[in-house]
Unconditional design. Structure first.
Length: 47
């Protein structure tokens, strides 16, 4: 068994998990809101 590879994979998995948790917490604190700008911007191309 390659201990270095196992450790690297374990650290990478822990980092991914921590980032996902952090992103989820940030979104829950400040969820996205509908932005009507894009609807208005799309109509500019139709003119």
């Amino acid at each position: 068994m390659n201990i270095s590879a196992a450790a690297r994979d374990g650290v990478a998995a822990a980092v991914r998990s921590a980032l996902a948790r952090s992103d989820r917490d940030a979104y829950q604190r400040s969820p996205e809101k509908v932005d009507d700008f894009w609807t208005d911007a799309e109509t500019w191309g139709d003119e």
